[in-house]
Design a protein around this ligand. Structure first.
Ligand code: NAD
Ligand code: DAU
Length: 350
């Protein structure tokens, strides 16, 4: 059995990638390495945790000795690296945490792969999962392509940009087989409710205000998380070494239009009077350094590997709302404990 290491598999996107690989590839043994920070949750993987081709490993990618031991113990044929601190607002309050995990953690994994895979680089692959935020912000027109210059603005995007540079440097300097993808905003099940869509669903359901930063005019390009996982599968298996692919939904929404759509869906699902949920919309202080617009040109991925998004946004959002309303226990569990303190600091005390 070929061993594949997936880092950050207990998080939002990682859990979808782990599920896809464990179920689609019985001949791969999937090792999910995760520190289980506030964002990591083994409940995300309840349905597959007993599969014989799945192993969970609790560990920190910042711990270099632990990581090199793990690589020495298992001959991982491929690594899909998703572990990261992922929330922009948290990076503004605590940038160093992002440097540690996103930069140092990535370099630790690269070093371990370089040492363990020496002389077998061609048969092994390091896949780094990155973000469109490394490209900075767009004005009203244009799209990010794979050749757009990096111009990160938040500590989060700066740390992801730095990690991308290290991954490419290990390819150019040491010949490590690497691929990188830069994806737009994901949405779907198991999304931690600090991010716009699940936070809004939770607040609407509980009749709490929906915090919209600034005037709500910032634009994001939303992609259903399972479509991202499918793209990762294709790129891992088919991309040429050293390649980068942009992944996105061709699906741009201003935050305020998205929230209004969500409010309409929630009114219908909760049998509320039309317009009731929209009354919860509250404009709050803008995010510092808030990027205006992201839009991904994913034509390279579509042309070269035949990937296309599978869902229209309205349908994906309906499915997502249904999932959160059905999985009330999951939502209540992740919004208890330390998350409450974070929420207070982010929205109530300032
Ligand atoms: P997430 O915050 O939901 O999950 C991150 C996971 O990494 C968690 O399970 C956490 O426990 C784990 N982790 C954090 N620090 C760790 C450490 N030091 N050692 C081991 N594990 C650690 O993030 P996500 O939204 O699923 O994003 C996954 C990846 O995809 C990230 O690299 C992110 O930059 C990238 N990405 C996310 C999006 C998005 O819209 N969410 C879009 C594009 C790219
Ligand atoms: O573009 C990809 C990126 O998308 C990923 O790399 C990040 O890991 C992921 O968190 C996401 O970043 P964003 O900052 O775009 O996502 P977030 O859900 O935090 O915010 C989406 C938009 O909504 C953004 O313009 C800020 C705004 N917002 C967000 C929150 C949490 C609000 O207006 N109110 C809020 O309460």
């Amino acid at each position: 059995m070929e061993k594949i290491l997936i880092t950050g598999g207990a998080g939002f996107i990682g859990s979808h990638v782990v599920r896809l690989f464990v179920t689609k590839y019985p001949n791969y043994h999937i090792f999910n390495l995760d520190k289980l920070t506030y964002a990591g949750n083994l409940a995300n993987l309840k349905d597959i945790e007993d599969k014989s081709n799945y192993t969970f490993v609790k560990g920190d990618i910042v711990d270099a000795a632990f990581i090199s031991d793990l690589f020495a113990k298992h001959d991982f044929i491929k690594v899909i690296h998703l572990a990261a601190e992922s929330h922009v607002d948290r990076s503004i309050s605590n940038p160093l945490e992002f440097v540690m995990t996103n930069v140092i953690g990535t370099v630790n994994l690269l070093n371990a792969a370089k040492t363990a895979w020496k002389n077998h680089y061609a048969s092994h692959r390091f896949y780094h999962v990155s973000t469109d935020e490394v490209y900075g912000t767009l004005g009203e027109t244009g799209m990010f392509t794979e050749t757009t210059a990096y111009d990160p603005h938040s500590p989060y995007s700066a740390s992801k940009a730095s990690s991308d540079h290290f991954v490419r440097a290990y390819h150019d300097t040491y010949g490590l087989d690497v691929v990188i993808s830069n994806c737009s905003n994901n949405y779907g099940s198991y999304h931690f409710p600090e991010k716009l869509i699940p936070l809004s669903i939770y607040n609407i359901k509980n009749n709490k205000s929906i915090p919209v930063y600034g005037k709500g005019e910032n634009i994001r390009d939303w992609l259903f998380v399972e479509d991202h996982a499918r793209a990762i599968d294709l790129i891992l298996h088919q991309a040429k070494t050293g390649t980068t692919y942009n992944i996105g939904g061709h699906n741009e929404w201003t935050n305020i239009d998205l929230i209004r759509l969500l409010c309409n869906i929630m009114d219908r699902k909760l049998n509320r009077e039309s317009g009731a949920s929209a009354k919860l919309i509250t404009f709050v202080k803008d995010r510092a350094g808030h990027d205006l617009r992201y839009a991904i040109d994913s034509s390279k991925l579509q042309k070269e590997l035949g990937w296309t998004p599978s869902l229209q946004f309205e349908e994906g959002l309906e499915r997502t709302v249904d999932w959160y309303l059905t999985n009330e226990e999951w939502l209540n569990n992740v919004t208890s404990g330390s998350y409450k303190t974070y929420y207070e600091e982010q929205y109530v005390k300032r």
